[in-house]
Write a protein that binds this ligand. Structure first.
Ligand SMILES: Cc1cc2nc3c(=O)[nH]c(=O)nc-3n(C[C@H](O)[C@H](O)[C@H](O)COP(=O)(O)OP(=O)(O)OC[C@H]3O[C@@H](n4cnc5c(N)ncnc54)[C@H](O)[C@@H]3O)c2cc1C
Length: 494
């Protein structure tokens, strides 16, 4: 059987960016596997910010160029600032808290790199099209990875089947799709599927000198790595305590409510975030409710409300009630609550947000969460490493988190850069069979990336980027956006 230098599990943005980075550095004996039955238009829009774009450019200039081409038109470079929208944040009285320019060139002036909005699928396609088709395989669901110490390779077992599995943690399936299949856990049901499924299930294995797992927040590889260890409790994503309640296309809004919303909050903009201007401190245990309100067509409104909520309360029939309750707790004005009362249940969905904590310290505020890692069992207070033997976790599989700071993809691209640099160095120096050298490289990757993730998750969980605390915001922007990635790579290689 062929032995690959690297098998990447997961053809999401992070897996594919890593594959591009490796190929650009001469590591071409690679394979990318994805569970999706076919690559298709799924997923949300994501924002790629200066740090993500800088990491991508260092990874592969060609990948950077292709991704920029897929950006939403009004966020592309060279677009005049007049035709680029601004994203306004307003307090509950409609007073502006802050605004974010969506103009690429203005971001370049401030942080020497721009910012784009792109659909998840377009990002995936741009990165996938740069890799030979035979090196990216759909319909290969990884179910196990096993290190064979004698043979010195990692075996990757996959299923190619035609069943659809529900992934309660993923953002790329709509609720309607999710409801088609009852909640099941992939790994627990594999055997059942092999024996009970009437459709053909083909099991395939691959061999690799090293495996990079980019299989998202509900990572199967993560479960395999932590199985039967002290880290078992970290296998699954932890509920962050926050959920989004979404209602699209509300059209039956009385004129006086429309006028008030437009005059007080939208001010002719197509999108606004409405939130309490809270001077957030690290110790604050929960972020208040926030509403992202969109009105792209006259008389039509869509909202996304982020609320701290107990998972048990989040049932389909109570979504309006739960939202109203949280808006009430956060002192939202009557007009906004009236809009929510007009929500049609069939146009509503909710999304729960999960996290793999990068730190076990108590500095992350988690409302309503089960506080999984701070129980009395000492074994759970040990930080779970992001690697084992010749397998390493990257992207959401290592440190997935809620999207409040829009950093998930961006941090994953930073992982991709560091891991591609380190792994290609191993390949060039013929050390892909050297277990000590691999462990050192993985350790280095984690030592560089974990402190950044601790900081970014802290910002995400305290909601700093929704406040008007200019001083803290500027500190954050400098620390995350203004970094010089070319220098970082030079330091890595010195
Ligand atoms: C509403 C929302 C908005 C967001 N907005 C932003 C934003 O503005 N900016 C930002 O940076 N981030 C944002 N994010 C987060 C971002 O989408 C994720 O952080 C990012 O997609 C993670 O990339 P990934 O490649 O690690 O994982 P994923 O994108 O989850 O990709 C994982 C891939 O692995 C495959 N896979 C899973 N299991 C297996 C298996 N067992 N075998 C084989 N393949 C498998 C999946 O099919 C998928 O293709 C947002 C997230 C949400 C929910």
């Amino acid at each position: 059987m062929h032995i690959y230098d690297v098998v990447i599990i997961g053809a999401g943005p992070v897996g594919l960016a890593t594959a591009n980075g490796l190929r650009d550095r001469g590591v071409e004996n690679i394979l990318v596997l994805d569970q999706t039955r076919a690559f298709r238009r799924v997923g949300q829009g994501v924002d790629i910010l200066p740090n993500g774009l800088k990491a991508l450019k260092c990874l592969s200039n060609q990948a950077y160029e292709e991704v920029i081409k897929t950006a939403r038109t009004d966020t592309k470079p060279g677009n005049s600032s007049q035709s680029s929208p601004k994203w306004f944040f307003r307090d509950l009285q409609g007073k502006q808290i802050r605004s974010i320019t969506l103009n690429f060139d203005e971001w370049v002036q401030n942080y020497s790199e721009g910012r784009i909005s792109v659909a998840w699928f377009d990002l995936q396609t741009a990165l996938r099209n740069l890799i030979p088709t035979e090196q990216v395989k759909a319909n290969h669901r990884c179910i196990d990875v096993a290190f064979d110490a004698d043979e010195k390779y990692v075996r990757v077992d996959c299923l190619s089947d035609s069943t659809t599995k529900n992934n309660p943690y993923a953002h790329w399936e709509s609720e309607r799709q999710n409801n088609r299949v009852q909640s099941q856990d992939i790994s627990n049901n594999i055997n059942q599927n092999i024996h009970q499924n009437t459709e053909p299930v083909e099991k395939k294995s691959f061999r690799a000198k090293l495996v990079i797992a980019a299989d998202g927040i509900n990572s199967t590889v993560r479960k395999v790595l932590y199985r039967d260890t002290n880290y078992q409790v970290f296998s699954r994503p932890e509920y962050s305590g926050y959920a989004a309640i979404i209602c699209s296309e509300i059209t039956n809004v009385p004129d006086e409510i429309q006028t008030e919303i437009r005059e007080k909050f939208l001010h002719n903009a197509p999108i606004v975030t409405i939130t309490q201007d809270k001077n957030l401190r690290e110790s604050d245990c929960e972020q208040p409710a926030r509403m992202i309100l969109l009105s792209r067509k006259s008389g039509q409104f869509t909202y996304v409300v982020h609320i701290p909520v107990d998972l048990n309360k989040l049932q389909e029939n109570y979504r309006i009630e739960v939202t109203l309750n949280e808006l009430e707790n956060s002192n939202f004005p009557e007009t906004i609550k009236q809009l929510v009362r007009l929500s049609e249940p069939e146009k509503m969905q909710h999304r729960t947000y999960y996290i793999h904590r990068a730190t076990l310290s108590d500095s992350l505020p988690f409302p309503n969460s089960a506080n999984l890692h701070t129980d009395n069992n000492n074994s759970t207070n040990v930080q779970p490493p992001w690697y084992k033997d010749k397998v390493v976790l990257v992207g959401d599989a290592a440190h997935g988190m809620p999207p409040f700071a829009a950093q998930g993809v961006n941090q994953g691209l930073e992982d991709a850069l560091i891991i591609a640099e380190l792994v290609s160095k191993l390949a060039v120096s013929n050390k892909l069979n050297d277990e000590n050298a691999i462990r050192e490289a993985f350790e280095k990757y984690e030592n560089i990336r974990r402190p950044v993730m601790e900081y970014v998750q802290k910002i995400t969980m305290t909601g700093l980027n929704y406040s008007s605390n200019q001083q803290e915001l500027e500190k954050y922007n400098q620390q995350i956006f203004a970094r010089d990635f070319e220098q970082l790579v030079k330091n890595l290689n010195s």
